[in-house]
Design a protein around this ligand. Structure first.
Ligand code: ZN
Ligand code: ZN
Ligand code: ZN
Length: 155
């Protein structure tokens, strides 16, 4: 161990996104949850994570607790990544293969956005802006928590 060692980066330990990826709302400090269909009142970022928030249906929001950084690159220069567990609206190659398209978690309007080699393809948020979710890696891990189940343990 010498002083010349680069600081260890923990970017691979858990999924993370950066703040500009979240759509803002008219209320300062309040964001739209990527699962906006069920999280109608939006959410906040507390202590660097997406806070628990109200949902219109029973069942856990897969985004609650997700790490949110202030910078769009980590200390070692890599970009954000999420897990398959975060996503409900996507298509896979031959049903069980890699994700090939998804509804943009950045709530871009329009059809599914293509995904290539586990990364969200570059796409425009609007006429002027590249969507900040472009390039986000999707680790093929997990499935979204069930809807309409408030506590799976209580049966
Ligand atoms: Zn949510
Ligand atoms: Zn890193
Ligand atoms: Zn997008």
């Amino acid at each position: 161990m010498t002083q010349l060692d680069a600081p260890a980066c923990h970017c691979e330990n858990e999924p993370w996104i950066h703040r500009a990826m979240l759509r803002t709302t008219a209320t300062p400090g309040r964001f739209r949850c990527p699962e906006t269909l069920h999280c109608l009142h939006g959410t906040t970022v507390e202590n660097g994570r997406i806070a628990d928030h109200w949902r219109s249906v029973p069942g856990e929001c897969p985004w609650a607790g997700t790490k949110v950084t202030e910078y769009h690159r980590c200390a070692c220069g890599r970009g954000p990544w999420i897990k398959l567990r975060h996503l409900r609206l996507f298509t896979r190659k031959n049903l069980t293969g890699p994700v090939i398209s998804l509804v943009c978690p950045g709530l871009c309007p329009g059809p599914h956005i293509p995904v290539h080699d586990h990364h969200i393809c570059d796409h425009a948020r609007d006429n002027h802006t590249r969507c900040p979710w472009s390039g986000t890696r999707i680790a093929p891990v997990g499935i979204a928590p069930p809807l309409f189940v408030s506590d799976p343990l209580s049966g």
